[in-house]
Design a protein around this ligand. Structure first.
Ligand code: GDP
Length: 323
C-alpha cells in the first residue's frame, strides 16, 4: 500500500488503515520514518478537535472513567479515540497497564478507537509516537482524543504538553491530605477529579476536595483568571462523569474565548518540532557505528581520569560540528 493510499484510507475512516498508519509511526526503521513524514504531510490538520490528557496512578479508575465518558460522548454524537500510554519499564519490559481487558463496552463501539501506545522506554518515546498518532486519529475523524497516562515519571508532563486539557485523577486519600503528590503535577492540572467518592469513601472524597482546593489556592494558576475545577465522582457508579465532561467543555470555551486555545496548539506545534530535532540529534550521536567506537574511547578516558565528563562532552559535540 502506498503512503497516498494509506492517507486516503485513514481519511475515509478505515480502521485498518489507521492501525497500519500508527504501526508505521511506532516503527523505528529509517525507511518507515520517511513514510511517516510523507503520510503526516498528506493529512489535513484538524482544529475542531479536543485533546484531553487523563493521568492517575494505576488503580485510580482511569479505564472505568474513560469507558463511561467515552460511551457518553458517543451517545452525544462524537467519535472517540483513546490512546493509552504505557510507560513500560525499559529494564523489565513489563507493562504497567497490564494485559487485562480494558474498556470492553467502549472498544466494541464502531465510533471508538482504542490503542495502547508503548513507549518502549525510548527517550522521548511518548512525544515522538503520540503526537503523530493524535494527528492520524484526528484525520480519521475522531474529534475527541483521550490520552491516558499512568501518573509516574516523565510521561505525564509529556502528555500535558500535547493536550488542550489535562485532567488528573486522585483517590480520596486516607486522611493524609495531599498524598505526597508532587506539587509540579498540580501546577499542570486543569481539572482535578477525585474518584471513588462512593460508599465509605464518600466523606473522605469531600475532605480531599476541600484540601485540594486549599492547595490550588496557594499555587500560581496555570492560566491567569482560570481556576482549576475540582470534582468528586464515582466512575463505578456513574456519578459525576457527565459533570466532568461539562467542566472540560467549559474550560475549553474559556480558552477559546481568551484566544489561548489556538495559542497553546501553536506552542505545542513548535515544541513538537523541537522535540523531533532533539531526538534526531541524539539518535545520530548514539547510533552511529563509528561514533560508538569513539564514545567507547571517551568512556575509557573519563574513567581513568584523563578527561572530565564536561570536556568529553564538548569534544564529542565539536567533533560532530555541533558545538
Ligand atoms: P486504572 O488502573 O486507573 O485504569 O483503574 P481501573 O479503572 O482499572 O480501576 C481499578 C479498580 O477500581 C477496579 O476494580 C474498578 O472497578 C475500581 N473502581 C474504578 N472506579 C471506581 C469508583 O468510582 N469507585 C469504586 N469503589 N471503585 C472503582
Amino acid at each position: 500500500m502506498t503512503v497516498e493510499q494509506l492517507a486516503s484510507g485513514i481519511q475515509q475512516g478505515s480502521r485498518r488503515c489507521l492501525s497500519k498508519g500508527i504501526t508505521l509511526v511506532e516503527s523505528s526503521r529509517k525507511e518507515d520514518q520517511e513514510k511517516v513524514n510523507g503520510l503526516i504531510s498528506l493529512l489535513p490538520q484538524k482544529k475542531d478537535t479536543l485533546r484531553v490528557g487523563i493521568s492517575g496512578v494505576p488503580g485510580v479508575g482511569k479505564s472505568t472513567f474513560i469507558e463511561r465518558l467515552g460511551n457518553y460522548l458517543i451517545e452525544e454524537g462524537h467519535r472517540v479515540a483513546v490512546l493509552a500510554i504505557d510507560p513500560s519499564s525499559p529494564t523489565s519490559g513489563g507493562s504497567i497497564l497490564g494485559d487485562k481487558t480494558r474498556m470492553e463496552t467502549l472498544s466494541a463501539k464502531e465510533e471508538a478507537f482504542i490503542r495502547p501506545s508503548p513507549t518502549s522506554g525510548t527517550l522521548g518515546g511518548v512525544a515522538k509516537r503520540t503526537r503523530e498518532t493524535i494527528r492520524l486519529c484526528e484525520a480519521a475523524n475522531y474529534d475527541i482524543i483521550l490520552i491516558e497516562t499512568v501518573g509516574v515519571g516523565q510521561s505525564e508532563y509529556e502528555v500535558a504538553s500535547m493536550v488542550d486539557c489535562f485532567l488528573v485523577m486522585m483517590l480520596p486519600g486516607g486522611g493524609d491530605s495531599l498524598q505526597g503528590i508532587k506539587r509540579g503535577i498540580l501546577e499542570i492540572t486543569d481539572i482535578l477529579v477525585i474518584n471513588k467518592a462512593d460508599g465509605d469513601q464518600k466523606k473522605l472524597a469531600e475532605i480531599a476536595k476541600s484540601e485540594y482546593g486549599h492547595a490550588f489556592h496557594m499555587l500560581a494558576s496555570k492560566y491567569k483568571g482560570i481556576k482549576t475545577s475540582i470534582l468528586s465522582i464515582s466512575a463505578l457508579e456513574d456519578l459525576g462523569v457527565i459533570e466532568v465532561w461539562n467542566s472540560i467543555k467549559r474550560f475549553r470555551d474559556v480558552l477559546v474565548n481568551q484566544h489561548l486555545f489556538e495559542l497553546n496548539r501553536n506552542k505545542q506545534e513548535i515544541q513538537w518540532f523541537k522535540r523531533l530535532v532533539e531526538e534526531e540529534v541524539l539518535q545520530t550521536i548514539w547510533s552511529d557505528k563509528d561514533k560508538k567506537i569513539k564514545v567507547h574511547d571517551i568512556h575509557e578516558k573519563i574513567l581513568n581520569g584523563a578527561i572530565t565528563p564536561y570536556e568529553a562532552a564538548l569534544r564529542l559535540l565539536s567533533s560532530m560540528k555541533l558545538k
